[in-house]
Ligand binder design. Structure first.
Ligand SMILES: [Zn+2]
Length: 318
């Protein structure tokens, strides 16, 4: 363990940080706009430039103080190659090679949701566990699977698309074009949309007070907050949301029985309000009798800088 460079490559920003892998902390960081679509060589130039500048900020030498570099990227990543990343406009890009050539560092990369799961398994809520499944509840639902201490990418990189397991046959239309996906019910966006629908049907709900009468102010937290204030409509919204998420979680536990199943993204900040009822429902819907053999259901540890930290931890791998 020591220092590594973590790169969070997104459709909007390229964020790079020096990660103290022992404490899983970012000690210096910087970012530039991605300006996608752009040639991978130019992105690799930016990553190399930022790596040098963040090392300087941290008072470290890129050549002698840094173990390696890790990159978290959207898209289908397999064996350190980007097979496809639509929001970057790439196909078959050997980004790790390009970054290694420019930095002299060994580079590893993974799909962003997989990297987040890896960070939780190695240094986060599941620290020390051998298997972990993570669902990130954000604009969509991201998924990551770690088995035997390694990211499970599938045989060609397309595994762990957990947001698109179907939980309601012929259900709501998903952004992927299918119907009934977990993402169409359990993303933060889906929760916000459902909250707004119910508000329109229930003009006396406390949900209106919480948003000062402005439906545009509904967030992923609004229904949870109104439920805590005793609002029945909000309680129904949250209960249905948790029911749906528990169906997805139970399916995953029935297939993999990971040691830990964790939730990331904004909705996971609800902590035990989310995880306790889900753990109860998962216990009812799966086939493990002894408490100690049950999958632990937890909120993720990393919040801000999760992408950089996860990439840094991956980059420190030998
Ligand atoms: Zn879908």
């Amino acid at each position: 363990m020591g220092y590594s460079i973590g790169v969070d490559l997104g459709g909007t920003n390229i964020a790079v940080g020096v990660v103290d892998t022992e404490n899983a902390q970012v000690i210096a960081k910087d970012s530039v706009k991605t300006n996608a679509p752009r040639a991978a060589e130019l992105i690799a130039d930016d990553i190399a430039m930022l790596s040098a500048s963040v090392c300087e900020k941290a008072g470290l030498s890129l050549k002698s103080d840094v173990i390696g570099i890790g990159i978290a990227s959207p898209g289908v990543i397999f064996n350190n190659v980007v097979y496809t990343a639509f929001n970057l406009g790439w196909r078959n890009v050997p980004l790790c090679d390009l970054v290694s050539e420019r930095t002299g560092l060994r580079a590893h990369m993974g799909n962003d949701a997989n990297v987040a799961a890896y960070a939780e398994a190695v240094a986060g809520c599941g620290k020390g566990c051998s298997s972990l499944v993570m669902l990130t509840l954000g604009t969509g639902v991201g998924g990551g699977i770690v088995i035997g201490g390694k990211i499970w990418e599938g045989f060609r990189g397309a595994a762990a698309e957990l947001g698109h397991i179907i939980i309601h046959k012929d259900g709501r239309l998903c952004s992927c074009g299918k119907r009934g996906c977990l993402e169409a019910y359990c993303s933060a966006s889906a929760l916000i949309k459902e909250t707004k629908h119910r508000m329109i049907d229930n003009p006396s709900s406390l949900l209106w007070n919480l948003t000062s009468g402005d439906i545009g102010r509904v967030g992923g937290k609004t229904a949870f907050d109104a439920m805590r204030m005793g609002d029945d409509v909000a309680r129904e919204i949250v209960e249905e949301y948790i029911d749906d998420l528990a169906v997805g979680a139970s399916n995953l536990v029935n297939v993999l029985q990971p040691e830990v199943l964790c939730f990331g993204g904004g909705i996971s900040y609800e902590g035990e309000t989310l995880t306790l009822p889900i753990a109860k429902k998962v216990a009812e819907q799966t086939y493990v009798e002894k408490e100690e053999n049950r999958t632990r259901i937890l909120p993720a540890k990393f919040r801000n800088d999760a992408g950089i930290i996860g990439a840094g931890i991956l980059g420190a791998d030998v």
